[in-house]
Design a binder for this molecule. Structure first.
Ligand code: TYD
Length: 137
């Protein structure tokens, strides 16, 4: 098992449509410092391919569908994000690859730190080495 959390958000639907509210700390257990979204992803074009040293992130497919492969250097899992009432919380030292974006996919990401390139591990072999020390299974 790879450490992660799937958070189910409450949908408020009435005759007019639907609304989902994300509020700290009830639905969103991290303090958000940054929000970004990924969209218009070309067919068969994966993204990600990195881990973070400290960052916590919540990934939400607010439109469409995307698969996320996560690894802790020992185990890996594929999570399908296909509903905007579901968030995937990934913490530090988890490798992630996002793939199979549907044409209409919009992946919203909530992060608890500002953008910092020095927090990234982009080399897979380096991640495996550091991840095995970090997770020690
Ligand atoms: P990149 O890390 O390659 O995206 P992905 O994780 O989807 O593979 O980021 C793409 C570009 O956007 C890169 O030039 C860095 C920039 N960027 C920011 O400026 N701020 C951010 O918060 C993020 C996530 C990326």
């Amino acid at each position: 098992m790879v450490k992660k959390e799937i958070i189910n958000f409450k949908e408020h639907t009435d005759g007019r449509g639907s609304l989902i509210a994300l509020e700290y700390p009830k639905q969103i257990p991290i303090e958000i410092k940054r929000i970004y979204y990924i969209y218009n992803v070309k067919k068969d074009t994966p993204r990600g391919f990195h881990s973070h040293k400290d960052l916590n992130q919540i990934l939400i497919a607010i439109s469409g569908c995307v698969k996320v492969k996560i690894s802790d250097s020992y185990d890996e899992e594929i999570i399908t994000l296909d509903s905007n009432d579901k968030g995937l919380l990934i913490g530090p030292m988890i490798w992630r690859e996002m793939f199979d974006f549907s044409e209409d996919a919009v992946l919203l990401v909530l992060a608890d730190h500002e953008y910092d390139e020095s927090d990234y591990i982009r080399d897979y072999d380096e991640f495996i080495q550091l991840g095995r020390e970090y997770w020690k299974k």
